[in-house]
Design a protein around this ligand. Structure first.
Ligand code: FBP
Length: 322
C-alpha cells in the first residue's frame, strides 16, 4: 500500500507561516478529542440537554458545551492564538498570549439536533489574522475574504477533516491510530447537479423566488428544468456541505417570512464564512441569494445571521435567475 500524506506533511508542503500551521494543528487535534466524546455518546454522558441556553437563546446540548470547552481550552493554550469566539459563547475571548497572531472562530458542534439520534454532526473553524495580540470584538469582525484558513470536521461513518488555506481543498480521514491521512487531494465541486438540500417544512415561508426554484426542481423532467432532481437534508450543515463537496448539489437555508428582520438561521462568522471559503476554493459558489457572495458580506456583529445558497456553480446561477 502506498504511504499517504498526513496532515503535518500537507501543512509543511504548503509552506504556511509557522503560527498558522500551529493553529491548524491544534484545532485538528481538538477535533480528534471531540470525536472521542461523540463516539462515546451515552457511555461518556455526552447525550441530552445541558440545561442552559446560549446567547442566541438556543438550548445547549451537553455535547455543544463539551466540544466548546475542548476547542477553547486547546486554542487558548496555543501561544500563537490571540483569541477565540464561538457559537456557544456570548462574547469573544481574548487570550493573554503575547505572541498571539491568529483569531479562531468556531461552531464547536454543528447539527446539535442530530446528537441524540446518532446522526452526523461536525465542527466548523474559521481562522483570521489578529490585528493585535490583545484583540477586541471589532477585530473579529473581518469579512470572510480575509480568512487565512477554514476547516470542518465531520463525525460520520468516517471522521473527516476538510481544509483550505486558500490553495484548493484537501480532505483527510482519521485513521484508527489517530492520524489525519489525506484521502481526498484536490476536492472539486461539479458545476452541474440534480440534487438540492433545503428544509422543505419551511416551504410556505420562503420568498417567491425560492418557491419558484424549488417548484421547478420538483416538477422534474416534466417541468422547466427538464430533468429529475433528488433531495437530501441531513440537518447538519457540515454533512450537507460535505456531500456537495463530494458529488455536487446545492444547499439552501434562505431568508423566510417568519421573522422578516432575521436574515436567516445560519451564522455568518463561524458557519457561512468558513463554509463559503471551502466551497469557493473547491470551485463552487456560496451566496446569500444566488448572487451576493457571502465572503463579501461586511460583518456587523459576532453572532450575525446570514441566508445561505451554496454549491454547484451553475445551479447557484439557476437560483439567482429564478
Ligand atoms: P446548530 O449550529 O445549532 O446545530 O444549528 C445549525 C444547523 O444545525 C445547521 O447545521 C443545519 O443546516 C440547520 O441548523 C438545520 O436546521 P433545521 O432544524 O431547520 O433542519
Amino acid at each position: 500500500m502506498t504511504a499517504r500524506t498526513d496532515l503535518a506533511a500537507h501543512l509543511a508542503a504548503l509552506d504556511l507561516p509557522q503560527g498558522l500551521t500551529q493553529t491548524l494543528t491544534v484545532a485538528a487535534a481538538a477535533c480528534v478529542d471531540i470525536k472521542a466524546v461523540v463516539a462515546g455518546g451515552a457511555l461518556v454522558g455526552a447525550l441530552g440537554a445541558s440545561g442552559a441556553v446560549n446567547v442566541q437563546d438556543e438550548e445547549q446540548k451537553k455535547l455543544d458545551v463539551i466540544a466548546n470547552d475542548i476547542l477553547t481550552d486547546a486554542l487558548m493554550a496555543c501561544p500563537v492564538v490571540a483569541g477565540v469566539a464561538s457559537e456557544e459563547m456570548d462574547t469573544v475571548h481574548p487570550a493573554t498570549n503575547p505572541a498571539g497572531e491568529y483569531l479562531v472562530l468556531f461552531d464547536p458542534l454543528d447539527g446539535s439536533s442530530n446528537i441524540d439520534i446518532n446522526a452526523p454532526v461536525g465542527t466548523i473553524v474559521s481562522v483570521l489574522k489578529a490585528p493585535s495580540a490583545a484583540p477586541t470584538e471589532a477585530d473579529f469582525l473581518q469579512s470572510g475574504r480575509r480568512q487565512v484558513a477554514a476547516l470542518y470536521c465531520l463525525y460520520g461513518g468516517q471522521t473527516m477533516l476538510v481544509l483550505t488555506t486558500g490553495r484548493g481543498v484537501a480532505g483527510f480521514t482519521l485513521s484508527p491510530d489517530g492520524c489525519w491521512l489525506m484521502t481526498h487531494e484536490d476536492i472539486r465541486i461539479p458545476a452541474d447537479t440534480k440534487e438540492f438540500a433545503i428544509n422543505m417544512s419551511n416551504q410556505r415561508h420562503w420568498a417567491e423566488s425560492v418557491q419558484r426554484y424549488i417548484d421547478g426542481c420538483l416538477q422534474g423532467a416534466d417541468g422547466p428544468r427538464g430533468k429529475n432532481f433528488n433531495m437530501r437534508w441531513v440537518a447538519a450543515m457540515v454533512a450537507d456541505v460535505h456531500r456537495i463537496l463530494m458529488r455536487g448539489g446545492v444547499f439552501l437555508y434562505p431568508w423566510d417570512k417568519r421573522e422578516p428582520n432575521k436574515p436567516g438561521k445560519l451564522r455568518l462568522m463561524y458557519e457561512g464564512n468558513p463554509m463559503s471559503f471551502l466551497v469557493e476554493q473547491a470551485g463552487g459558489k456560496s451566496t446569500t441569494d444566488g448572487k451576493q457572495a457571502i465572503l463579501d458580506v461586511t460583518p456587523t456583529e459576532l453572532h450575525q445571521r446570514v441566508p445561505v445558497v451554496l454549491g454547484s456553480a451553475n445551479e447557484v446561477d439557476e437560483i439567482a435567475a429564478a
